[in-house]
Structure formats: C-alpha cells, structure tokens
Design a protein around this ligand. Structure first.
Ligand code: 3HC
Length: 309
C-alpha cells in the first residue's frame, strides 16, 4: 500500500493518523488551521477573565478564577504542541496571531463587564466549548484527539464553576439576580455563534467531517447546546433572551431564534468590540515575555551541553 492508500484505510477504519504517517497536504493544512486557531483562542481567552482576578469578590473565588485562567494557558500549550507535530513551529503560529493574520474564537472579542460575566462565560462559553470539543476527542489526528481528552475534563470544571457563580447570584439580592440575568442576556447569542456559521455557509465542514476531524456539523452542535442550556437555565431560575427556542420533533433538533450573522462577520473581520484591545494586549505580553523565552532557551542549551559532556 502506498501512503495515500494507507491514509484512506486509516480514515475508513476510523483509526488514528499519527505524525509519522503519510497524510495529504490538505489534511495537514486543515489540522494546522483548526488546531492553531483553537490554541490562539485559549490564549486570547485568558484576557476577559484575567481582568477580573484582582476584582474577584472573595479569596476563594479569586483562587478558583486564577486556576481556571492558568488551565486555559495549559490548553493553549497542549494545542500548540499538537500543531507542532504537523511541522509548523509555534513561533510562526504566534507571529501570525500577533500580526493579526490568524483567527481565534469570535467570543473573546466581547467585553466582560461585571462579576456575573465570569459566571456566564463559565456556563455558556465553556459549555459551548465542551459541546464542540467532546467530539474532537475522537478526531482522527492522534495528538489532537489526545490533547482534547484532557482539555475537556478541565472544561467541565470550568463550566461547573461558572454555573455555580450564577446560581449563587440568582439566589442573592434582586440586584445580584439582575446582574446574572444581564450577563446571560449579553453572552447568549455570541456563545451560539462560537459553533461557526450555519451549515450552508460553512466551507470547511464537509471535508473536515469526511476526514473524521469534525464529527458533527456546526448547526447540529449548536442545537445540542441549546437543548442543554434550556434545561439548566430553569435550575438558575433565570431566562434565555430568546423566546423562539423550541424543540422540533420532526427534525429531533432544538431550534433558536435568528442570530445576527452580520455581527459575526464583523467580529471575524477584526471589527468586534474588543478585537484591537485583545491583540494589542497579546502583542505586549509577547514582547514583555521575550526575556523568559531567551532564558529558557539558554538554560536548554546549557542542559544539552552538560548531557553531551
Ligand atoms: N470564531 C472565529 N472564527 C470562526 C468561528 C468562530 N466562532 N467559527 C468559524 N470561524 C471561521 C473558521 O475558522 C473559518 O475560517 P478559515 O477558513 O479562515 O479558517 C470560517 O469561519 C468558516 O467556518 P467553518 O465552519 O467552515 O470552519 P470550521 O470547519 O473550521 O469550523 C469551528 C469552525 C467549529 C470553530 C472548528 O474550527 C472547531 O471546532 N474548532 C475547534 C474548537 C475551537 O477552536 N474552539 C475555540 C473556542 S474557545 C475555547 O476553546 C476556549 C475555552 O476556554 C472556552
């Protein structure tokens, strides 16, 4: 069997493709695109919550939020490492990000305005991430699927902590309840858009699904997410800002009201509420971290020299 045949046999058997295996250039490119975008999302995603660490309402909340933000950094690192096994160095991925040439999730271009946003981000944003990412644990590319297993475990904790923040606010004073509702109202639609454009407008889905990278379409996963939160919001005693939500018994799917896809396109084009701020902060952090990278590289060189000697 030649490389192409071997690759096709692995995909047909729903088996794993490993870095040493031959793979079509398109498959490699798709993976680098998706995994690096995902890594960038984790790293940029530290910002909206990182801004609230110093304003957390108690020591316990501060410790939890700090752990969560650190987890996101870890997720970024696993994902950059997975992408590197495909031959693209991390430096290049980072350069593309800070030059504004790479994508990262639309969701992180919205501002976190109140403490309740920490709850809404955990519950809705990490909830959407779990819905989207659990199937990626079965992605055909081995290093990606394995990284996703650990990431999903940690995301579950993130989602629970967000839900718990909202639950406590929802059971608090009227002002706290109002703050929780306001956060849900603002994060609901952007979290639905995280799943990507509608299926008819998703140029990559068909091929990614044929290669067993994506397992479900954007709309299928979005509908599952709506079904999940429509029940959970009742436990909170709050509401979703979408009176059109309904279960369609014929299609077996949850349906939601119209989303503003023009807004989504604007955010992707770099014109969302926080795009320039997020990139500027990332660029600044990269520049300020140069000495750490230099020190780590010098240490690694010294270790290597000692081992050789
Ligand atoms: N934000 C930014 N760009 C998006 C997007 C979003 N929410 N949804 C889609 N896009 C982009 C795609 O990247 C693609 O652009 P490109 O061709 O230039 O790369 C274009 O819109 C068309 O979309 P498609 O549906 O054709 O693209 P995909 O097949 O790649 O599907 C996806 C998009 C569902 C986001 C898929 O890439 C995916 O599942 N990625 C892995 C998960 C991921 O990246 N998650 C980030 C979420 S945040 C997170 O994980 C952090 C956590 O802590 C919350």
């Amino acid at each position: 069997m030649d490389g192409q045949e071997q690759f096709e046999a692995l995909i047909a058997a729903d088996a794993r493709v490993e870095p040493r295996d031959w793979m079509p250039e398109g498959y490699r490119k798709t993976l680098v695109r998706q995994i690096s975008q995902h890594a960038h999302s984790e790293i940029i995603g530290m910002q909206p919550e990182g801004n609230w660490i110093s304003r957390a309402p108690s020591l316990k909340r501060k410790a939890i939020l700090m752990a969560k933000v650190q987890d996101e950094a870890g997720h970024g690192l696993y994902l950059y490492s997975a992408a590197e096994t495909l031959g693209t160095p991390r430096d290049r991925m980072t350069e593309d990000l800070i030059a504004g040439k790479a994508r990262y999730s639309s969701i992180f271009n919205y501002p976190a305005l109140s403490w309740a946003d920490m709850g809404a981000i955990g519950w809705l944003v990490d909830g959407a991430a779990i819905c989207n990412q659990v199937p990626l644990c079965r992605a055909s590319y081995g290093p990606y699927g394995r990284a996703m297993v650990r990431i999903c475990k940690e995301e579950s904790f993130h989602q629970r902590q967000g839900f718990e923040i909202l639950l406590e606010l929802a059971r608090g004073t009227d002002a706290q309840k109002e703050m929780a509702q306001d956060a849900i109202n603002r994060w609901y639609a952007p979290s639905l858009m995280m799943f990507g454009p509608p299926d008819d407008d998703s140029p990559n889905s068909r091929q990614s699904m044929a290669w067993n990278i994506k397992r479900f379409s954007n709309d299928e996963l979005r509908s599952r997410f709506v079904g999940m939160i429509v029940e959970q919001v009742q436990v909170l005693g709050l509401t979703l800002p979408d009176p059109a939500i309904r279960f369609n018994a014929e299609t077996g799917r949850w349906e939601h009201g119209p989303l503003d896809w023009e807004e989504f396109r604007e955010v992707l084009a770099g014109r969302g509420p926080c795009n320039s701020q997020r990139l500027a902060r990332r660029r600044e952090a990269h520049e300020e971290g140069a000495w750490v990278r230099e020190a780590a590289a010098a240490y690694a060189r010294r270790q290597n020299a000692t081992e050789v000697a």
